[in-house]
Design a protein around this ligand. Structure first.
Ligand SMILES: NC(=O)c1ccc[n+]([C@@H]2O[C@H](COP(=O)([O-])OP(=O)(O)OC[C@H]3O[C@@H](n4cnc5c(N)ncnc54)[C@H](O)[C@@H]3O)[C@@H](O)[C@H]2O)c1
Ligand SMILES: O=C(O)[C@H](O)COP(=O)(O)O
Length: 409
């Protein structure tokens, strides 16, 4: 088991939002026993207290790690988003602090795609309103507004992991798939890319959003886009609530322009299961409302727990940053017989030369060296004789431009 400059039982891991037990198991198996576990997200004052001395933090989509919160986290080494989205973390601020952010880029992809597929079938048949009617003692036995999905056109906006998976599943039901993406994408199956959002909206019977939350996608769907959708078409959003103008969606549904919708994510979501859900969509029988559970299946949560906890443990144990979303990616073999030094610095010319010069002047032999950079930071990993590790760490700390350093014995 890797030995650290700090004993593993002193490394505090803060886990929030009820991440799956598999995460705790993976961390404990790796020797990390100082785990503070919370079933829900924390109010900001409690978060600030708990994160102050945490070395690692694990969260899902609810906890907001703003630059301010991160600046309170004096000992933070890495962040694990136990989900796909990383928009809840100020990843640029984390990068500047030398803190890598990891996520689970595809462990819940299938869960979202299956949910959306089911919703397409339900909405095309007008089931939500018939179901609601029956619960009130009504009996809407009629074929009016009820259609097979076979032969209909699905328009996917954001043809990434989820969008492509959904497209493949929809094709197996006989749907035609068209998609819009800002990047040129390889169409899977018989799907085809349409480069104009308006043209896609004009063509599709069902629109499903699968874009990340970015400055460009914020409010990307409003009254104009709903008006461009076909009369009596269906709208689905399981991406992020900030992407859609929810009032405009409500209007498009109330006017009858849209036949139905399924919405899993909202501009403002309740902070806990005890808070009230407030939305202009409440009470609309033709809308399926789900409480941000697109990725909430047993399979997805179990896999996410293993994947993200594994990435945190690996970064802690050997410095590997593979698949970090904001950090230079370095793949590292296990180190044996040497100590590994990790050096995160501002990406300015000459830092590596200074390190090598300092080591050479002090007679510190470098057995291996790896370097990766982003526009803002550089990440150097070096292996030195264990009996020179402390001295080497001191030299590294003195290098101009250093953000942080760590040693793994
Ligand atoms: N409801 C849930 O529980 C749930 C679960 C998982 C993911 N999500 C959300 O779904 C999003 C998508 O997940 P993914 O794994 O498919 O992500 P991904 O990164 O694999 O795919 C996103 C796609 O959107 C495209 N895109 C980005 N900006 C765009 C724009 N302005 N217009 C058109 N296309 C654009 C990208 O090029 C990419 O192809 C996540 O970022 C997350 O926010 C929600
Ligand atoms: O980004 C994601 O993976 C989803 O939004 C799921 O987030 P959750 O883990 O908070 O449900």
């Amino acid at each position: 088991m890797a030995k650290h400059s700090l004993d593993k039982d002193k490394i505090k891991i803060l886990l929030l939002e009820g991440v799956h037990q598999t995460a705790v198991d993976v961390l404990e198996r790796a020797g990390y026993t100082n785990i503070e576990y919370h079933k829900a997200s924390l109010p900001e004052d409690e978060l600030l207290k708990s994160i102050k001395d945490a070395h690692f933090v694990g969260l899902r989509s609810r906890t907001q790690l703003t630059a301010d919160v991160l600046n309170h986290a004096e000992k933070l080494v890495a962040i694990g988003c136990f989900c796909i989205g990383t928009n809840q973390v100020d990843i640029a601020a984390a990068e500047k602090l030398g803190v890598p952010v990891f996520n689970a880029p595809f462990s819940n992809t299938r869960s979202v795609a299956e949910l959306v597929l089911g919703e397409i079938i339900m909405l095309m048949r007008g089931i939500p309103q018939r179901n609601a009617h029956a619960h009130r003692g009504g009996w809407l036995k009629s074929a009016a507004g009820s259609y097979e999905v076979r032969g209909k056109t699905l328009g996917v906006i954001g043809y990434g992991h989820i969008g492509t998976q959904l497209g493949i599943l929809a094709e197996t039901l006989g749907m035609k798939v068209v998609f819009f993406d800002i990047e040129d994408k390889l169409p899977l199956g018989n799907a085809s890319q349409i480069h104009s959002l308006e043209a896609l909206l004009n063509e599709a019977d069902v629109i499903s959003l699968h874009v990340p939350e970015t400055p460009q996608t914020k409010d990307m769907f409003g009254a104009t886009e709903f008006a461009q959708m076909r009369e009596k078409s269906i709208f689905i959003n399981a991406s992020r609530g900030t992407v859609v103008d929810i009032e405009a969606l409500s209007e498009a549904l109330k006017s009858g322009h849209l036949a139905g919708a399924a919405i899993d994510v909202f501009p403002v979501e309740p902070k806990s299961n005890d808070d009230e859900f407030v939305s202009p969509l409440r009470g609309l029988d033709n809308v399926i409302l789900t409480p941000h559970i697109g990725g909430s299946t047993a399979e997805a949560q179990e896999n996410i727990g293993i994947e993200v906890a594994g990435k945190l443990a690996k970064y802690s144990d050997n410095g590997s940053t593979v698949s970090a979303v904001n950090f230079p990616e370095v793949t590292l073999p296990q180190h044996k017989g040497t100590s590994r030094l990790l050096h995160i610095h501002h990406n300015r010319p000459g830092v590596l030369i200074k390190i090598n010069q300092a080591f050479s002047e002090k007679g510190i032999n470098i057995a291996a060296q790896y370097l990766q950079t982003t526009a803002d930071i550089g990440y150097v990993v070096m292996e030195v004789d264990s009996n020179q590790a402390e001295q080497a760490l001191g030299e590294l700390k003195a290098i101009d431009g250093t953000i942080r350093t760590r040693v793994l014995f």
